[in-house]
Design a protein around this ligand. Structure first.
Ligand code: NAP
Length: 313
């Protein structure tokens, strides 16, 4: 197997060691390093273990003439040009399901943090304001509110299940109505946003969902509404969101993902109604290990001539 797998991206030490010991992988920090590989080594490569958000498209694939599989680390594979891969007969896999719990946990944590002012409350204690006898301002009740899930997929469903346990009325929008325990379906996102207090975005990223949370959706959510996004920054019209946050036309936001990560728009930093997270939805030791395991299992299966376990193309 040695020399058939190229690991690309910011892997941790343990992940890189496993890729080397199990697959004899060669490692590059990013796709821009492809040209540094000798042509004969590039030609021998059959699988790429991909990690990160840098685009991996036709130009990169064409540098690897023997490539048959791109195994993505992560369920969201919008960095990979799947159409270009299909056109070249290259399979693509991702790591679904193993991260659902962590991403849903974070979404709920962010929602509660925004509603109850947890970040400001922590600062209030540390600053000595509490000890000095001041009162922390009253915050907003979360239990029993109306929650909207935009994209009732694997992660969206886990979020809805959790919020239902907070006695919330669950609304959702997907491209088609799903079987649910009585959750309220909306055929389009503006109607969903109008109906709820908290709107949680759990869509896939990529060109088809770019700007799905449009200026109209944000207006419909309104001055008491809160947007929670754990999907991709591209799913939200970020300029419209920033304008609405700055003028109080939306109540607040809790965001794990942004358009220009990690160098996010500086206007977010000055907003007290926003909870900001560093794209850490799946970032626990256990889940990252499970994602890395599934990525390697996909490559092992492919190199052994079997079907990959979790293909997307
Ligand atoms: P999933 O099961 O495929 O669900 C994706 C949802 O997106 C579905 O509800 C689907 O709608 C919707 N969707 C797909 N294509 C669409 C289109 N063209 N137009 C409108 N809606 C569309 O995916 P998942 O496993 O839940 O993951 C969702 C996303 O979460 C990932 O793609 C990734 O970007 C993001 N994520 C973020 C983190 C993080 O660290 N913050 C971690 C993991 C994943 P239907 O219901 O109509 O099929």
């Amino acid at each position: 197997m040695t020399g058939q797998t190229l690991a690309i991206g910011p892997y941790g030490d343990q992940e890189r060691a496993a890729l080397m010991s199990e697959l004899g992988a060669v490692h590059l920090p990013g796709p821009e390093g492809l040209d540094r590989l000798a042509p004969e080594n590039r030609a021998a490569l059959r699988a790429v273990a991909y990690k990160g958000h840098a685009p991996f498209g036709a130009a990169e694939m064409d540098r690897l003439p023997g490539l048959g599989l791109i195994a993505n680390y992560g369920v969201g594979y919008d960095a990979i040009d799947v159409h270009a891969a299909r056109a070249r007969g290259i399979r693509v896999t991702n790591t679904p399901d193993v991260l659902n719990d962590d991403v849903a946990d974070l979404a709920v944590g962010m929602l509660l943090a925004q509603a109850r002012g947890l970040v400001a409350a922590d600062r209030f204690v540390r600053s000595g304001d509490w000890a000095a006898g001041r009162d922390f301002p009253l915050q907003r009740k979360a239990s029993g509110a109306r929650a909207g899930i935009l994209g009732l997929g694997r992660i969206g469903r886990e979020i809805a299940d959790r919020l239902a346990a907070f006695k919330m009325e669950i609304h959702y929008h997907s491209r088609s109505e799903k079987e649910t325990p009585g959750w309220i379906f909306h055929a389009e996102p503006v109607s969903l946003a109008r109906a709820v207090d908290f709107l949680v975005v759990a869509l896939v990223g990529g060109p088809e969902t770019a700007g799905y949370v449009s200026a109209e959706v944000i207006e419909a959510l309104g001055p008491d509404g809160v947007l929670v996004n754990i999907s991709r920054g591209s799913c939200v019209d970020e300029a419209a969101l920033l304008d609405a946050l700055e003028t109080g036309r939306i109540g607040g936001a809790a965001l794990d993902v942004f358009v220009n990560e990690p160098r996010i728009d500086g206007r977010f930093l000055g907003l007290g109604t926003v909870v900001l997270q560093p794209h850490q939805g799946s970032a626990t030791h256990a889940t990252r290990a499970a994602m890395a395991r599934l990525q390697r299992d996909n490559i092992v299966a492919f190199l052994a001539g079997r079907d990959p376990l979790t293909p997307v193309a």
